[in-house]
Write a protein that binds this ligand. Sequence first.
Ligand code: GLU
Length: 444
Amino acid sequence: MTKLQDDIENYLSHSHPHSDEYHQAVREVFDDIAEVYRKEPAYRRWNIAERMLEPDRIVRFRVCWEDDNGQVQVNRGWRVQFNNVLGAYKGGIRFDPSVNESVLKFLGFEQCFKNALTGLPMGGGKGGADFDPKGRSEREIMRFCQAYMQELHRHIGPNVDVPAGDINVGPREIGFLYGHYVKLTNRWEGVLTGKSPGFGGSCGRTEATGYGVVYFLKNMLQAHDQSLESQRVLISGAGTVALYAAEKCIREGAKVITVSDSRGTRVFRNGMSEKELVSLRTLKLEQHGSLEDADCGTWHSNKTPWFAAKGAIALPCATQNEVDGKAMKRLIGNDLLALCEGANMPLTQEAHDKLIDANLLYGPGKAANAGGVAVSGLERSQNASLQSWSMDKVDTMLSGIMEDIHNRCIEHVKRKDGIYPYSKGANLYAFKKLAEAMMAYGVK
Ligand code: GLU
């Protein structure tokens, strides 16, 4: 362990106790940049490390709302405004019982690096609540969104902080949140992204994260003389990211073998068809049902994709720490060629270390899933200039941005046994960009 890593561990255990996810995300970054940090005395003089680890501010608030039985419910809401040296705070809102301050700090920290990689002027932030929308009626979800915005609206603005969706926050929730913001402030402005294209949203925002993962994957494969065509792809999750990644894979001639939810995995032995994908999308995204009730493929109860099937490509698109050491061992043992993260930090530390040791193609989430926030950046541009761009235009820009991100990931690293270390490259590029801006700003 270097002195820097030692200092970081001490700082985290002292200033951010009980924050396992946050420690994990920070450790991953600082393991990669320790060497560069040591060689540049200015980083230490400006104390970039500690300044980067301390969010600008965390707003925590009570969210009170009434359920359908007239019972008052209380949840906890947050907005972590992490770092705004590269632009206004930008990042999603997540509604899930697993949300807590550690999770939001890890997501906010990652978001700073991810947004730096897009090349667009966006700082990092993240928000959410420990609200569980499962089993709640649409009216209850609307009332919850309104109650959450009742506090949040004080802290955001088109040039201050621009939230978007994340797990369990899609176009419907963004509509409720935005509607309440407009009502409270009497201002119609680009303060949230992920809106419906009918009222200021960008075409292609819903598809962007999933499509972007596949664009990144294609760039990565191409740089190593491989192609996506006919490859067997294991996808986890069945939310927006997973299903649009599946759509793009199918259209690129790959075979999507699995999708999954919290109850199990649906396996398509010879690859899912577009028709089957449409039926799954209707079931999951429109009817909020479980994959268990689908009538295509075969159902594997309580199994993750990594144990339900074999494939050369893995796209974990569900949630953090969903792939553990055992699952990674199995993936590698089954001749894994490439893994790209649609979710944020889906690998446990053990799984991550195993994948790095195996020296395989690895697209880290902060690069591979940056397409979503990138198109959010394009939505801001459209809102600011009162324009609305076509799907074709946005998709072409997304594909160009993903290629640029891919190239940024290899700017500061060399191939090791023929393979680019993308994870290290992503961390180095984003760290340098953030550190340079922080030093240019002086002490603040
Ligand atoms: N929640 C998404 C992410 O993890 C999107 C954020 C945004 O569009 O601002 O990057």
